[in-house]
Write a protein that binds this ligand. Structure first.
Ligand code: ADP
Ligand code: MG
Length: 233
């Protein structure tokens, strides 16, 4: 059974007199332990979809079901617990706290979650053993993104949601970050969902969802994803 089911999800924003339809009826299943890539032009609704999955926002109509819980019906207190315990988020610009070390950034992101990993173990799992005490300014972009990923996975989230995680990285570094996300999907029960502009990344995914004008234009499952070394970036 799918971990996540979106059914007829509509999201509209009212800005002044205008009504903007960011999502126009999305129906979609996403599996745990898989890497799902979401593609689509700017404004197609990718970030809105991720925010609904992450419980940062709720749909105007339709349902978001995650592991049997209807996220779209939770009250504020329940949504807080959902975000805290079940969702890891990774952003394009890392969003680390500059005056905290790598380990402290990981600790602070997972401190309220039940059953969190210890920060050193989380950092080791993203290849940053020995850099626990480094400040963000002492790390490369790729390393900062690894810290952000460690922070997100330390809480062992059901959903790892990544919005343009390689958008600020050069191709070699971006490739290694995608490799890391691929291995997280393979080695955990988390559903890893990656929003990107880079269609090359889709080749290593288990499934690709293409959004256009707030609708699902295509949803393709890849039976044998391409190995990361074999894709042209
Ligand atoms: P993408 O991530 O694919 O670029 P978004 O989900 O950010 O697309 O946006 C989809 C549409 O919804 C766009 O037209 C955008 O301008 C609009 N939108 C997104 N968030 C808001 C908001 N908070 N208020 C008003 N309009 C928004
Ligand atoms: Mg976006």
């Amino acid at each position: 059974m799918a971990l996540i089911s979106l059914t007829d999800v509509v999201k509209t924003y009212a800005t002044g007199k205008q009504k903007i339809t960011a999502l126009d009826g999305i129906t979609l299943d996403i599996d745990s332990g898989k890497l799902t890539v979401v593609l689509g032009p700017s404004g197609s609704g990718k970030s809105t979809a991720l925010n609904l999955l992450g419980g940062m926002d709720i749909p105007t109509t339709g349902t978001v079901l995650v592991a049997g819980t209807e996220v779209s019906r939770l009250d504020d207190r329940e949504l807080t617990a959902y975000r805290r315990d079940q969702v890891g988020f990774v952003f394009q610009h890392y969003n680390l706290i500059p005056n905290l070390t790598a380990a402290e950034n990981v600790a602070i992101g997972s401190q309220y979650a039940r059953d969190a990993m210890n920060p050193a173990a989380a950092l080791e799992s993203v290849g940053l053993h020995g850099r626990e005490r480094a400040f963000p300014s002492e790390l490369s972009g790729g390393q900062m993104q690894r810290v952000a990923i460690a922070r997100a996975i330390a809480k062992r989230p059901r959903l790892l949601l990544c919005d343009e995680p390689t958008g600020a990285l050069d191709s070699g570094t971006g490739r290694s970050v995608v490799e890391l996300l691929r291995s997280i999907a393979d080695s955990s029960e988390s559903a890893v969902v990656v929003v990107t502009h880079n269609a090359a990344i889709a080749q290593v995914a288990d499934a690709t969802v293409t959004l256009h004008d707030g609708r699902v234009q295509a949803h393709v499952a890849h039976r044998s994803p391409t190995a990361i070394e074999e894709i042209d970036w």
